[in-house]
Ligand binder design. Sequence first.
Ligand code: AMP
Length: 386
Amino acid sequence: MGQTKTRASPAKKGKMEAAAAAAEPREPTKRDVAAWLKGHDPKDLTIATAVSHSSLQIFHGAKQEGFRTLGIAAGERDVRYYDAFPKAKPDRMLKLKRYSDLVGLAEKLREDNVVLIPHGSLVEYLGPDNYVHIGLPIYGNRGVLHWESDRDLQRKWLTAARIRMPRKVKDAASIKEPVIVKYHGAKGGRGFFIAKTPADFKRHIKPGEPYTIQEFVLGTRYYLHYFHSPLVKDGYKVAGAGNGQLQLLSIDRRDESTIDEMGRLGTHRDLEEIGITPTFVVTGNIPMVIRESLLPEVFRMGEDVVKEAKRRFGGLWGPFCLETVVTDQLEFRVFEISARIVAGTNPFVGGSPYSEMIAPGLSTGRRIAQEIKLAARTGQLGKILS
Ligand code: AMP
């Protein structure tokens, strides 16, 4: 017997679709943001973020620029360490059971003129879905997350911006040179491993977990901290993306446990014989400067990434970071982009060798606060919030 399908009439179908759309959270549009801002007092904004990652720096910068500040903590998180840093301690602390509870509090927080500053841990704790849907104004383009979190889309974006990325290895059987195997969604390099042969790969791979294999680029790592302002029209201008300003605020290198200190115990081969393999877990950050002759390419890359973002998904503004390896041919390979403040900016709460040549003591946290202040003063908040 054939299967009988019950068909809804077009009118009923329309109603059903509308009901489904109402039930399903959707990504806020420019119009939503404009409506939220109608209720905002631009002279009395509160800068809020989750207390982790770069929050000390974000609050410190916000306070320097005269903003009210709100820390968001969930679960059993101990926030007492904030008492030790009075110039960064937020004015108020919102304690939640779970970070996802923030979604239900959005309306109340909007009444309080809250602007959310995203960082990697906030996105992770909230969950990517809640993050892109939450009904709170977020500094930056929240939609970038779709392009950043999907490795294939990220590669499309960056290669269109004439960025060289590590070669992708399609088949583990063809591993001839050292590769790095990355599990999808792995945070902070946890679980990544290096393989030099197909046998190496087989020995380490966890069955059932999706992964990507990349050429392991030999060289030195630099994490470049940019800031793009669509509002300021002087300095290094990004032609083709509204002539906004591109700044290089600082550079760091991550300290990664255990790979960065493994040499103290023996060669990788010695250690592998006794079952110790390197891990890439970020534990801290070290300030860096790069050869001055590489700066033209640093700016060229930042500029083209911003231009391509504008062309593809409405733009990239605020802080972002290109994670690079410089080869002995003095060429950059970019293995990742972070489209918001990175924790590598934390060594520069009091300024960096680069930001010092822009304004004394300028941190990325303070630069964010300055941008929001400028937008509020000139009625342009709708341009930088999403
Ligand atoms: P990621 O999570 O992609 O930022 O990578 C974590 C760490 O793995 C980086 O900080 C680097 O130390 C290392 N890494 C990632 N990709 C590569 C690569 N293609 N070549 C060399 N090292 C890499």
